[in-house]
Design a protein around this ligand. Structure first.
Ligand SMILES: [Fe+2]
Ligand SMILES: [Fe+2]
Length: 302
């Protein structure tokens, strides 16, 4: 391959645009996953019984695998922006990828140092989770490398950001908060989750920027977005439902019969989490639809 030139020698960079503003924000709000204090978590963990720990470990396991997945699968998007001279977008994606790597380190560190989860954690991934992370995500991202069309990028961004980050991960943070309210103090884990969630809000803002740009160039891409959301939305909503069933089965295996009190608590949390997941799906769809309607009614506005 031969290059014909560079963005920086042929034009000014858009420092005020979304990608470089998010890049500056990422620098300003940078945090160290190895420095989040975990001493109190270790103490609290030692005081918990097996069933209490089993409320937390599966979500931590799903988080660490999910963060690894998004670290592994973002590269096609960097390659695509680089190939189109979208330097500002590519620069932002470097901090995006760096952050996903940090999130992976944080959750793995917590599992090592607090939960001492040295065994195989893959059993915590339910069928819908597996389908999203092991099949739909890598395939959609690889489609960008293989194809590179705007439709392939729209499919990839909806999968990666709207569904994985915007619904599955968002719902995961919510589960964590709810369960940690019940379990009491795991302050290091909670702090880490809040820091991760802050980074993720930038990732979503970027995804919306990218998708709006694509749709403004080709409004018919909205059909691709809708089709993808229709396919993956129900799978994303099934993740917390499968988790709920796992909790009940685990309690039954441990106690013989699930105590009414435990069942009521788990059912309450599950209902809350399902409602949250459905609201996230609605929120992501509405945000995209607003962008599409704005673009479709005034194509010059973006
Ligand atoms: Fe992440
Ligand atoms: Fe992310």
């Amino acid at each position: 391959m031969v290059r014909v030139g560079y963005a920086t020698t042929s034009r000014q960079l858009d420092f005020a645009g979304t990608p470089l503003r998010l890049f500056a924000q990422a620098d300003r709000l940078a945090w160290d996953p190895l420095a989040v204090p975990l001493d109190q978590d270790r103490l609290a963990w030692e005081g918990m019984v097996g069933l209490q720990r089993d409320l937390i470990t599966p979500i931590a396991a799903m988080f660490v695998a999910g963060e690894e997945a998004v670290t592994l699968d973002l590269l096609p998007l960097l390659r695509w922006t680089a190939g189109r001279g979208m330097l500002e977008e590519e620069i932002y994606l470097t901090s995006f990828l760096h952050e996903e790597a940090k999130h992976t380190l944080f959750f793995r560190r917590w599992l090592d140092e607090v939960a001492k989860a040295t065994g195989d954690l893959s059993g915590y991934m339910g069928p819908s989770y597996r389908r999203i992370f092991l099949v739909e995500l890598p395939e959609a991202m690889e489609g960008v490398l293989r194809d590179g069309s705007p439709a392939s990028v729209a499919r990839a961004v909806v999968t990666y950001s709207m569904v994985v980050e915007g619904i599955v991960a968002e719902t995961g943070y919510h589960s964590f908060r709810r369960l940690l309210e019940i379990q009491g103090a795991l302050p290091g884990l909670l702090q880490g989750v809040e820091l991760v969630a802050r980074d993720e809000s930038r990732h979503l803002a970027f995804a919306l920027h990218l998708l709006s740009g694509l749709i403004s160039e080709a409004p018919e891409l909205w059909a691709v977005v809708e089709e993808r959301l229709q396919l993956l939305g129900p799978l994303a909503l099934a993740v917390p439902a499968e988790q709920h069933r796992w909790y009940l089965a685990r309690a039954e295996a441990e106690l013989g019969q699930v105590p009414e009190e435990f069942r009521t608590m788990i059912d309450m949390v599950a209902t809350d989490i399902r409602t949250h997941a459905a609201a996230q799906l609605e929120r992501r769809t509405a945000a995209l639809k607003r962008a599409w309607v704005r673009i479709a009614s005034d194509p010059e506005s973006d």
